[in-house]
Design a protein around this ligand. Structure first.
Ligand SMILES: Nc1ncnc2c1ncn2[C@@H]1O[C@H](COP(=O)(O)OP(=O)(O)OP(=O)(O)O)[C@@H](O)[C@H]1O
Length: 274
């Protein structure tokens, strides 16, 4: 993969805020899905966003990726307000995400799915594509290079020519991550990547998330599986009913009475593991 893919955001030093969610609220009819939420995702960290069902975690991702506009407050990426940028513009800025429910193109090959991600940075237009201009051919070549490198990183290189729908569940989940990584993000947002995984697969996923961070990416994780969250996160932020109720190191958060109460008084370890 080209060096720029893995480089840290220029001008953002390790540990400084890469993404800032600043007093963000969003209302759906009578429901405040997010209510004055603020937190930073620091350059180079793995931050987990946790909370009971309906707490607002996915809504937060949707606000960060241009799916929804906040009713008030602001999201800044590398110091720039996202404003009313559309999804593709936010992808180009360097934020990529996966979805809670797998969203692949089932009738396309694994490689073609990843190429969709790699295309995010293409500058050529339809005319370039029609006449197969040199720039278009160069972008295609670079896109394929990036896609194949990312697939290899995720151990999917042998699946490149298989239809996405024929891949195992675990490989489909990894393919989603590959597609997001092929957009060459600085911040990778993973929405419940361990859903449906057995303990061995969760271990592998933890290892993968660390390797992704070691490539220079910053990772924001939504996850219900507490052993994974506690095992992989540098810091954890907790939402409940659209409000942030805690933020800190994993050990601090797991012992926070408000967090324990939010998980209905059950041991946080039990959440999501049923
Ligand atoms: N487009 C929408 N229109 C109306 N309500 C919405 C919309 N999107 C989310 N909500 C509501 O906002 C609240 C927060 O939802 P969200 O999906 O962000 O929660 P979550 O923390 O991701 O939950 P889960 O862990 O179950 O995925 C929920 O009450 C949900 O029903």
């Amino acid at each position: 993969m080209p060096e720029a893919t893995v480089a840290a955001q220029p001008g953002v030093r390790e540990g400084a805020a890469l993404l800032s969610v600043d007093d963000v609220s969003i209302q759906f009819g009578g429901l405040k899905a997010l209510d004055g939420v603020s937190f930073d995702v620091r350059q180079g960290e793995i931050l987990s966003l946790i909370g009971p069902n309906g707490a607002g975690k996915t809504t937060c991702f949707n606000v960060m990726t241009g799916v929804y506009q906040p009713t008030s407050g602001e999201v800044r990426f590398a110091g720039q307000p996202l404003g009313r940028r559309k999804r593709f513009a936010i992808t180009r800025l360097g934020i990529a995400r996966t979805f809670q429910n797998i969203r692949l193109f089932g009738n396309m090959t694994a490689l073609e799915n990843v190429l969709v991600g790699a295309d995010a940075h293409h500058r050529t237009n339809i005319l370039d594509a029609l006449v197969r201009s040199p720039r278009h051919r160069r972008e295609e070549r670079e896109g394929e290079e990036t896609a194949r490198e990312v697939m290899e990183f995720l151990g999917l290189e042998k699946r490149a020519d298989e239809l996405a729908r024929n891949l195992s569940y675990g490989d489909q989940r990894r393919l989603e991550i590959a597609r997001a990584m092929a957009t060459r993000p600085k911040l990778l947002c993973l929405d419940e990547p361990a859903a449906g995984f057995n303990p061995a697969e969760k271990e592998q996923l933890m290892e993968l998330i660390r390797r992704i961070r070691d490539r220079g990416l910053t990772v924001l994780l939504i996850e219900h599986d507490m052993s994974l969250v506690m095992g992989v996160s540098d810091r954890v932020a907790v939402l409940e009913f659209g409000r942030k109720i805690a933020e800190g190191l994993p050990a601090e958060v797991r012992n926070d009475p408000a967090v324990i109460a939010a998980y209905l008084g059950t041991d946080a370890d039990d959440e999501g593991e049923s």
